[in-house]
Design a protein around this ligand. Structure first.
Ligand code: UDP
Length: 317
C-alpha cells in the first residue's frame, strides 16, 4: 500500500466529484472514489482507472461504509444535485444528505480523518438577503419540491457541526454556488446543459419564467481550487465558494449562444416552484480564510472549454 495521504471521495463519479478525484491524484493523494452511479457515470472517471493510486467502489453511501486501511480525508460529495434529479429521487436525496452524511462522519471519526461536506447555496433558499453571506440563515420552504435537497443539506451541515463539537471530528463545510464545466450530465435539467445541448442541436433555448432571475456561475476548476484550499485550512464554519459575477438567465443564454455560435430563439416556460429569484455569493470570507482565493476563469473561457466537451458528447451516437 502507498504511503501517500489517502482520500475518500463520495460521489466520485459525479460532475464535481470526478474533477476532485483528478485534482487530488495530481496533487499526490491516493483516491478511493465511491458512487452508486444513480446520477454519476463511469465515463467521468474511466481515464483514472489506469492510475495505481486510484480505486473505485460502486456503493451507496447511505449504507454502512467500510474502508480498510488509512484514511486522511473524506470529501462527501454524494448527492443528486440538480432540480430534475431531486424531484425524481426525493427519498434518495434526503437519505444521502442525512444518512449518508452520518455514515461519512462515523467513518471520519473511526479513521481520525478530516471530512469536508459539500453543502450548497440552496441552504439559503429563495434568499431575502442579497448577496448571500455565510451568516444569513436562509428562506427555505421545507415542504416544497426543492425542500428534499435544501433540508437534507441543512441537516447535513447540522450533523457535521455536531460531530465536530461533540466528537472533535475535524470538519469543513463548503457551500457551493452554481458551478459549470465539462462532465455535467447532458440531461440533468440544469440551465447550462439544457441551453448548451439546445444550442448545439439548433433547438430553441428553454427559459423558465421571464429569464430575469439571476445566478452566478463558477467554472469547476476555480471551485475545486477553493475546495482544496478549504480542506487544508483551519476554517471550521461554512464557507461560500462560487463566482460573484451575477447575471440574468437571459444574459447567460446569450453568452451560450455566443460561445456555441448558435443563433437559436428563446422559448418561455413556467417558472418552477420555489425557483430562487436571485443568487450571488458573498465570497469575502473565502478570500480572507483561503489565502486570497477567488475565481480566475472568465465566463467566455469556461464556456469555451465546456462547449468543446458538449460538442464531443453530442457528436457521439
Ligand atoms: N432554467 C431555465 N431553463 C432550463 C433550466 C433552468 O431557464 O432549461 C433556469 C431555472 O429556472 C433557474 C436557473 O435557470 O432559474 C438555474 O437553474 P439550474 O437548474 O441550473 O440551477 P438552480 O440554481 O435553480 O439550482
Amino acid at each position: 500500500m502507498t504511503d501517500k495521504p489517502r482520500a475518500l471521495v463520495t460521489g466520485g463519479a459525479g460532475f464535481i466529484g470526478s474533477h476532485l478525484c483528478e485534482r487530488l491524484l495530481a496533487d499526490g493523494v491516493a483516491v478511493i472514489a465511491m458512487d452508486n452511479l444513480i446520477t454519476g457515470a463511469l465515463a467521468n472517471i474511466e481515464h483514472l482507472f489506469g492510475n495505481p493510486d486510484f480505486v473505485f467502489h460502486q456503493q451507496d453511501v447511505t449504507n454502512f461504509l467500510h474502508v480498510p486501511g488509512r484514511l486522511d480525508f473524506i470529501l462527501h460529495f454524494a448527492s443528486p444535485a440538480s432540480p430534475i434529479d431531486y424531484l425524481e429521487l426525493p427519498i434518495q436525496t434526503l437519505k444521502v444528505g442525512a444518512l449518508g452524511t452520518h455514515k461519512a462522519l462515523g467513518l471520519a471519526k473511526a479513521k481520525n480523518a478530516r471530512l469536508l461536506l459539500a453543502s450548497t447555496s440552496e441552504v439559503y433558499g429563495d434568499p431575502l438577503v442579497h448577496p448571500q453571506r455565510e451568516d444569513y440563515w436562509g428562506n427555505v420552504n421545507p415542504v416544497g419540491p426543492r425542500g428534499v435537497y435544501d433540508e437534507a443539506k441543512r441537516f447535513a451541515e447540522a450533523i457535521t457541526m455536531a460531530y465536530q463539537r461533540t466528537h472533535g471530528v475535524q470538519t469543513r463545510i463548503v457551500r457551493i454556488f452554481n458551478t459549470y464545466g465539462p462532465r455535467m450530465r447532458l440531461n440533468d435539467g440544469r440551465v447550462l446543459p439544457a441551453f448548451m445541448s439546445q444550442a448545439l442541436r439548433g433547438e430553441p433555448m428553454s427559459v423558465f419564467g421571464d429569464g430575469s432571475q439571476t445566478r452566478s456561475f463558477c467554472y469547476v476548476d476555480d471551485l475545486v481550487e477553493g475546495i482544496l484550499r478549504l480542506l487544508r485550512s483551519d476554517e471550521k464554519e461554512p464557507v461560500n465558494i462560487g463566482n460573484p459575477a451575477e447575471m440574468t438567465i437571459l444574459q447567460f443564454g446569450d453568452a451560450i449562444k455566443k460561445a456555441t455560435g448558435a443563433n437559436v430563439p428563446f422559448v418561455f416556460h413556467p417558472l418552477p416552484v420555489d425557483d430562487p429569484k436571485v443568487r450571488r455569493p458573498d465570497i469575502g470570507k473565502a478570500r480572507r480564510v483561503l489565502g486570497g482565493w477567488e475565481p480566475k476563469i472568465p465566463l467566455e473561457e469556461g464556456l469555451r472549454r465546456t462547449t468543446e466537451y458538449f460538442r464531443r458528447k453530442i457528436g457521439k451516437p
